[in-house]
Design a protein around this ligand. Structure first.
Ligand SMILES: Cc1ncc(COP(=O)(O)O)c(C=O)c1O
Length: 418
């Protein structure tokens, strides 16, 4: 079973219908490119939704997969292997936090972070008075699909069919300091936010907002949780997006690019918060195995060795410049924004955004649409200016085509032909 037609037919009959996939059957990837079953090449400006930071088939990852894969893949968390502590040392150093817990995915990291916040509130409150338990999350947030993370995810279509969700979450207007102050009170155990919102349309929450969230939580003994699953580990040109804003949270969640596409997430936290946990309170069978941790060490080492944080800042600036030029040519572009290589091209129409994603794919360029009207660009960190030029030229052609069809359909309506 190897043709696109055979695979789509089999999946339609056999899989739970969670996805509307694009009709492409990928076989392999190299650098910033993917290749389909007919050998057609695609430039990837999505990188597996922000996962493949080093692109495809990076020699450092290939090496560790071959060597560690041949030695030891999994042993459970009942025994030691050398890589969890090595990876925790690296992650705590780059984040400014003290300790790590390893899990398997983004949503699981958020789930654990929420549990940690509640456990910490109880731990601080041993005199028996009522512990804080509520969570403030943001509008336009996305934290995952499991019940706790979903309860803190604002988008109604993701939540509605599954209620009742975890109680105690209240949403704040993203970036609105006054609303945050109004909703924060002594019942709140955590503020949970993405410093740059991803699924919500690439929205940086802003320095003032983050600093106020930091201050409110620090003053009252609640925790600040930064979900850096999409914006963290270098995508914004610093290791963590909160580092642009001059704060350090109490808890940070990471996942996507951590292990180059193998499932690995992490919760990073302080000694003070970690003191609320003792053996048996939280755990996982797979999380933090020797293969995933060894690969993650290679990912971080490669980002350092290849100077990719600086490169991301430069590539991101070039993307913004080229896309800014494009904005001047197309009225359909409402705004270009982003940090590093986490960039949004917001259009004035959801239909146009849908058209643009499909047309780009036909022309061998992978991009994605989020929040209806936003073209989301999350390329591998190794992207070069020549790739950005292809992005610019392809988007230019696609938006010109949309405008041509759109204007001529207006023309047809005026002439009574539609
Ligand atoms: C900010 C953020 N948090 C959490 C998640 C959930 O991660 P996962 O899909 O690995 O469960 C995502 C996924 O897109 C995300 O962008």
């Amino acid at each position: 079973m190897s043709s696109l037609a055979a695979v789509t037919k089999a999946e339609a009959a056999l899989l739970v219908p969670t996805y509307e996939r694009n009709r492409v059957l990928f076989r392999e990837g190299r650098g910033c490119y993917l290749f389909d079953d007919e050998g057609r090449r695609y430039l990837d400006f999505l990188s597996g939704i922000g996962v493949n930071a080093l692109g495809y088939d990076h020699p450092a990852i290939r090496k560790v997969l071959r060597e560690q894969g041949a030695k030891l893949i999994h042993i459970s968390n009942l025994f030691y292997h050398r890589y969890q502590a090595e990876l925790a040392r690296k992650l705590t150093k780059i984040s400014g936090l003290d300790r790590a817990f390893f899990c398997n995915s983004g949503t699981e990291a958020v789930e654990g972070a929420l549990k940690l916040a509640r456990a910490y509130a109880r731990h601080r409150n041993q005199n028996g008075s009522k512990a804080r338990w509520r969570v403030l999350a943001m509008e336009k947030s996305f934290h995952g699909r499991t019940f706790g993370a979903l309860a803190a995810t604002s988008t109604v279509k993701y939540r509605a069919p599954f209620g009742p969700l975890m109680p105690g979450v209240r949403f704040v207007h993203s970036g609105d300091v006054r609303d945050l102050e109004r909703k924060f009170d002594s019942s709140v155990c955590a503020i949970l936010l993405e410093p740059v919102q991803g699924e919500g349309g690439i929205n940086p929450l802003g320095r003032e907002f983050l600093q106020r969230a930091r201050q409110l939580t620090a003053d009252s003994g609640a925790v600040l949780i930064a979900d850096e699953i999409q914006c963290g580990l270098g995508r914004t040109g610093r290791w963590f997006a909160y580092q642009h804003m001059g704060i350090t949270p109490d808890i940070v969640t990471v996942a996507k690019p951590l292990a180059a596409g193998l499932p690995l997430g992490a919760i990073l936290t302080t000694n003070a918060v970690a003191a609320a946990i003792h053996p048996g309170l939280h755990g996982t069978t797979f999380g933090g195995g020797p293969l995933t941790c060894a690969v993650a060490l290679a990912v971080i080492q490669t980002i350092e060795d290849e100077g990719l944080l600086k490169h991301v800042r430069e590539a991101g600036a070039y993307m913004q410049k080229q896309l800014g030029t494009l904005k001047q040519r197309h009225r359909i572009i409402r705004e270009v924004r982003g940090v590093g290589v986490m960039v949004a091209v917001e259009l004035t129409s959801g239909d146009a955004a849908k058209f643009a994603v499909a047309e780009c794919l036909k022309r061998g360029l992978i991009i994605n649409r989020t929040h209806e009207v936003v073209l989301r660009l999350l390329p591998p960190f190794i992207i070069e200016n020549k790739h950005v030029d292809v992005l610019g030229a392809t988007l230019d052609a696609v938006l010109t085509e949309w405008e041509r069809q759109h204007d001529s359909s207006k023309e047809d309506t005026r002439n009574g032909r539609a």
